[in-house]
Write a protein that binds this ligand. Structure first.
Ligand code: SAM
Length: 405
């Protein structure tokens, strides 16, 4: 028997009534934190659960536990594979995408490479019909189980198929989130190594104009098709994806969407992606734009929102003379700016009494952790060190964080 067949058989056992019981028992053991593996296996054995099923259920319960961060309370009802969970879209991001597609008038969407179904679920919950396919039999089975677990089977079909062979004549929208991993693990930043292949993915909009593609945040702007909207999305400051909105779905050449987990606020910036910010001296305040703003090449648009300037035309730190809290950036008050020299920096950090130092960098090759050791920090104060360049010269800025907007 081959490995995938084994895995598929073990997953199928989980869906049977004894599997559900085993999963409930494993879930109870995982209630708050990872259980001791030996004690957990013993507890499952004592409950009369066969070893194979117990091991599958404990693994699944662990995945559900981890999935809480992406899926919230739904995680306790959903099924995962390790790779499927890693690659799955966060529910908050998938929901926004699905609602935008529905608002654009899409009624029946093909989800090509649906994974464990995070986007499929969001599409169905937004009222769309979904034709979901995945080439991997176990992953497709997991997606089908998830659709059923959430009572969405009326709206969704899940099949195991190669996306490149799926007819698209019955759908009015397409979503494709290609796999971006090498067989040996690790992310694939070169879209030509995507699966399904890049040419197929970028050709989808010619077949169904209302196409949206989810890509890695590192996508090269040169690869973005003309007339598509490229949207970078961050969640709590972490850039999680780039999405290309094609045909009638495109609203602006470049967009940065920032989702806050603190207050659920959504902040968006749009622009051409090629505007230039003014350049001037370092100011009393420095602003480090969210990664989505930087990746979308919208630093000039961000700077304009707070009247900021760059101190180096190639570096995204923005400066103002007055306080300018912004949801698009982390803001700091500058305490001291000095040309980079380890000796001078060590003395300055000591003079400011900084024993706890956040180190940020843009345009510097220094290794923060090595520098932290070399600074031999002492003192009770907390601050931020920004390593950068000012008009081309390596520069250190000692600063303190200002409250978030
Ligand atoms: C990044 S994951 C999709 C994740 C999904 N959007 C989610 O949020 O759960 C990509 C999926 O594409 C599937 N895949 C890769 N090549 C494929 C192909 N040629 N046809 C269909 N599915 C494919 C992989 O098996 C994988 O599950």
């Amino acid at each position: 028997m081959t490995q995938p067949t084994d895995a598929a058989a073990r997953f199928a056992a989980l869906l049977a009534p004894e599997g559900a019981d085993a999963l409930a028992a494993a879930g109870a053991l995982w209630a708050d934190s990872p259980p001791d593996p030996l004690a957990a296996a013993a507890a499952m054995r004592a409950a009369g659960i066969p070893a194979d099923l117990a091991s599958t259920a404990l693994t699944q319960a662990g995945l559900r536990h981890r999935a809480g961060a992406k899926f919230g309370p739904d995680a306790a009802r959903l099924f995962f594979t390790r790779a499927g969970l890693e690659q799955a879209t966060r529910a908050a991001v998938a929901t926004r995408r699905a609602e935008r597609l529905a608002a654009a008038g899409v009624r029946h969407v093909a989800d090509l490479g649906c994974g464990i179904g995070a986007d499929t679920i969001a599409f169905a919950r937004a009222g769309l019909r979904v034709r979901a396919v995945d080439a991997d039999p176990l992953t497709a089975a997991v997606a089908a189980a998830n659709v059923a677990a959430l009572g969405l089977s009326d709206q969704v079909t899940v099949t195991c198929a190669d996306a490149t062979a799926v007819p698209l004549d019955t759908v009015d929208g397409v979503f494709c989130d290609p796999a971006r991993r090498r067989a040996g693990g690790g992310r694939v930043f070169d879209p030509r190594a995507y699966s399904p292949p890049w040419d197929f993915v970028t050709g989808l909009a010619e077949r169904v104009p209302a196409t949206v593609l989810k890509l890695g945040p590192g996508i090269d702007h040169a690869l973005i098709p003309a007339h598509a909207e490229a949207e970078w999305v961050s969640v709590a400051g972490e850039v999680v994806e780039a999405a290309l909105w094609c045909g009638p779905l495109a609203q602006a050449p470049r967009k940065a969407t920032l989702l806050s987990t603190r207050d659920r606020a959504v902040n968006q910036l749009v622009g051409s992606g090629d505007a230039l910010a003014p350049v001037g001296p370092v100011g009393r305040f420095v602003h480090d734009p969210d990664g989505a703003v930087v990746r979308a090449h919208l630093v000039a648009e961000f700077a304009a929102t707070i009247g900021a300037r760059l101190a180096d035309p190639t570096i995204a730190y923005c400066y103002t003379d007055g306080a300018a809290p912004s949801p698009y950036a982390s803001g700091f008050e500058v305490l001291e700016t000095l040309p980079f020299s380890l000796k001078r920096l060590r003395a300055a950090v000591r003079a400011h009494g900084l024993g706890i130092l956040e180190i940020r960098k843009r345009g510097s090759a220094l290794e923060p952790e090595r520098l932290r050791r070399d600074l031999r920090l002492s003192g009770g104060g907390a601050g931020t060190l920004l390593l950068t360049r000012v008009a081309g010269a390596p520069t250190a800025i000692i600063a303190r964080a200002v409250p978030v907007a």
